[in-house]
Design a protein around this ligand. Structure first.
Ligand code: 5GP
Length: 189
């Protein structure tokens, strides 16, 4: 069994983080993905407790006040946060714990847990990012604009991450991410 490690995966909405992380699970068997709390409304097909814990602002604020969130941030008008206990439990079990969170959350994690590994997923270009967001069809035009402006802010901070990965060819990106996770996990064995 390997020692538990914490990995933050950030990058603009539409960079393909979700798909990459799902594939990472298949490649690296001892990974575990944290399920965040959010005040965002579920998209079609999203399941409570699987994709997110969907809740009201009031419920979210109670969690934050009770110090049950390891980090939290407002992104594009909604609140998102990482439940503390399940992350701590899975790390203690020796899992490679993955947090798919925005850069504000990533830097909070680095403050609290400097040994965390911060990975930034970069889209091939902003044009490609916009194309992916439009094709995904989950957001209206205004929400896409907000997400593109959030993307520019996030991209401006990528150099502060430990590892930057361009998600151009998905298969290549999965292999690069898996190699990075395995390398870091082996180092702390
Ligand atoms: P989406 O609404 O597209 O699911 O997520 C929007 C953004 O919120 C993404 O960048 C995603 O990584 C981020 N996010 C999801 N969960 C969390 C969380 O627990 N904390 C923080 N800080 N960001 C999160």
């Amino acid at each position: 069994m390997r020692t538990g490690n914490l990995f933050v995966i950030s990058g603009p909405s539409g960079a393909g983080k979700g798909t990459l992380v799902a594939r990472l699970l298949e490649e690296v068997p001892d990974t575990w993905i944290s399920v965040s709390a959010t005040t965002r409304k579920p998209r079609n097909g999203e399941v409570d407790g699987k994709h997110y814990y969907f809740m009201s602002r009031q419920q979210f604020q109670k969690l934050a006040q009770d110090d049950e969130l390891l980090e939290w941030a407002e992104y594009s008008g909604n609140l998102y946060g990482t439940p503390r206990k399940s992350v701590e439990d899975h790390m203690a079990e020796g899992k490679q714990v993955i947090l798919e969170i925005d850069v504000q959350g990533g830097f909070q994690i680095r403050e609290k847990l400097p040994e965390a590994h911060l990975v930034f997923i970069e889209p091939p270009s902003l044009d490609e990012l916009e194309r992916r967001l439009v094709n995904r069809g989950t957001e209206d035009a205004q929400a896409i604009e907000r997400r593109l402006s959030a993307a520019k802010m996030e991209l401006s901070r990528k150099d502060e991450y430990d590892f930057v990965l361009v998600n151009d060819d998905l298969d290549v990106a999965v292999q690069q991410l898996a190699a990075y996770v395995n390398e870091q996990a082996e180092m702390t064995k």
